[in-house]
Ligand binder design. Sequence first.
Ligand code: ADP
Ligand code: MG
Length: 644
Amino acid sequence: MALLQISEPGQSAAPHQRRIAVGIDLGTTNSLVASVRSGVAEALPDADGEVILPSVVRYPGDGDPVVGRAARDAAALDPGNTISSAKRLLGRSAAAIRADRAQLQYALVEGQSSVPRIVTAAGEVSPVEVSAEILRSLRERAEQTLCGGSNESLAGAVITVPAYFDDAQRQATKDAARLAGLPVLRLINEPTAAAIAYGLDRAAQGGEADDGGVIAVYDLGGGTFDISILRLTRGVFEVLATAGDTALGGDDIDRAVADWIAAQAAGGHADAHAERRLLDAARAAKEALSTTAATAIEVDLGDGRHWSGELDRASFDELIEPLIRRSLAPCRRALRDAGVARDEVRAVVMVGGSTRVPRVRERVGEFFQQPVLTDIDPDRVVAIGAALQADVLAGNKPDSDVLLLDVIPLSLGLETMGGLAEKLIPRNTTIPVARAQEFTTYKDGQTAMALHVVQGERELVEDCRSLARFELRGIPPMVAGQARIRVTFQVDADGLLGVSAEETTSGVRASIDVLPSYGLSDGEIEQMLSASIDHAREDVDARRLREQQVEAGRVIEALDAALAEDAGDYLDAAERAAIEARRSELLAAREGDDHAAIKAAIGALERASDAYVARRMNASVARALAGHHLDEYAAPPPAGGKSE
Ligand code: ADP
Ligand code: MG
């Protein structure tokens, strides 16, 4: 009797070898690359041990572009060819930049389709090209550190962007990555990355606390301030509101300290070079005051004048109070826009180098009425979150430990015999994902298979949502259960589902694309989920019954085929009568709703026909395997096999 081929559930199509993926914080002032190594996410240093790469590119007239510290140090000498803050220009039109009154040290011209280009000694460059230089430098650093001498390459990168970036700015970021030869696994929002770094996506999982988890991310960088209000729902971060100030950051703190020094020195500085030195001294003092109570300052003001003195923490705090207050107004606005009260905020994440200033931490903590999160280095926290996400997207995490970010809201599966839904990708699986499973034919000589793609948690197809139907045709005629049909479900990062089916011995293929969540509101998803819980018990019973009914049909069908062919050769009348009796009992049991009775009847029929089957097989193994019944079916039955 031909049994159905039953396969193990298929694993992800990706190889199990660890894939190297990185997270990149492409910042306005500074950029970093991080990666998960031995289970820990860490920022990667360059050859000199520096993890921070200043987001500055210098284009000298001769030779290659210079990126990072060397470029930044040359900024004062060669401002026209040294591009900083290219991120402020990325994906924006020249007109929009001009309207922003951005103070640029370099010349802009309007290129084709209003994309601005920067005039340098090495020719015109676009903001995308400048960003690509920064990404290339980080890619090379990562390859040297992670891929070593081997010819492995990076599987890809998760790159962070500000939450307020529009489509054009996000596209420009992707273009820069492409130019830099860096495959983009996904762009994620900077505040989301910071929240991931703190594990805030996991903290609330699996409980009622799972909804309404509101998180504030306060990001005070070099030149910009951003506040984002996120909500975590079913493991997915949603940006409720963002606000900020594009001209508020550490630079303003430097300026405030420099003005204070100039006032103490009376007479101010001599020229642009002296001003640079003044600002550098101010920044050094500011950074020192993050860890000490007072710091000595010495500065050459030009024209042979020097000033030296001391600045203490209390005076510094007073100097910067107006700047801190300027950041709290957007915080209020963001909460209002998000429709969230201050006491609903569950955690406040501090991001950006300027949140090292103790007074900033204090004041923000007062505002949100709770201690702020500062355990992770505020320079690195975004890159670290991106690295954790990259590790998941590269497929390096077991399913039990995935970060639930963009996830499949409802399980995706296939209809199998008996109207059962076989789930290939369970709900809450992080995308992108690929899963494959093998099915087989139900009837001898079956040359086509109907594939019905369904979505939902219920066991019966009629209780699930139908997404798509297609057919695999041209399966070579074989005995039932011999065809090996590998069905692969693949969901890309945008949620697009592709289903393909291939009969692996012959290579015939068919495929279809579906948008699984299309047309489903959150409410409908909710309803489908609660229905699956309400009906859990009856669903299990229904599945058991259908499975036994299908099994009964299979056994009878195979037996009938054998009897029609050669009963006379291997059976005597008494034996035949016994088999017929058990067969009738099974047919009757199949009409009822007692799965155990059907199972018992199947067992009885198999025992009654055991001797016949054995004689028959001994006599004609080859004939049985070759398959003599090549009947075609107008409407092909659905996938027959199921995993067990
Ligand atoms: P961006 O996100 O704009 O690229 P960062 O987050 O790297 O910027 O922040 C850079 C700013 O952080 C600079 O103004 C720098 O002076 C400031 N900063 C770095 N370290 C400290 C410190 N120890 N104390 C105060 N400010 C600091
Ligand atoms: Mg930043």
